[in-house]
Design a protein around this ligand. Sequence first.
Ligand code: SF4
Length: 84
Amino acid sequence: MSKKDAPNYRALKKDDDPSKTCSTCKAWDPNHAKATKPDTGYCEMYDFVCSGPKTCDAWTAKTENEGIYRIADILTEDPDIFMG
Ligand code: SF4
């Protein structure tokens, strides 16, 4: 994977949701060793250094997925928890 695989990677356009940028994406790692410039981070989904204010069509919410993973963890740990 590389930058060219990130679908429609771009600077925010007028119709884009300004809250959905690389810097708020689940794939964003601002502490990666390759992300040395300000406002950059490593895109773990497409393996390139991306710009925090930009976005792409694969943007993924952090909290949404983390919530799903947490429910999966709870069910794995204690499958009877929702059975009353
Ligand atoms: S929006 Fe997310 S998936 Fe897309 S390039 Fe940025 S960090 Fe990667």
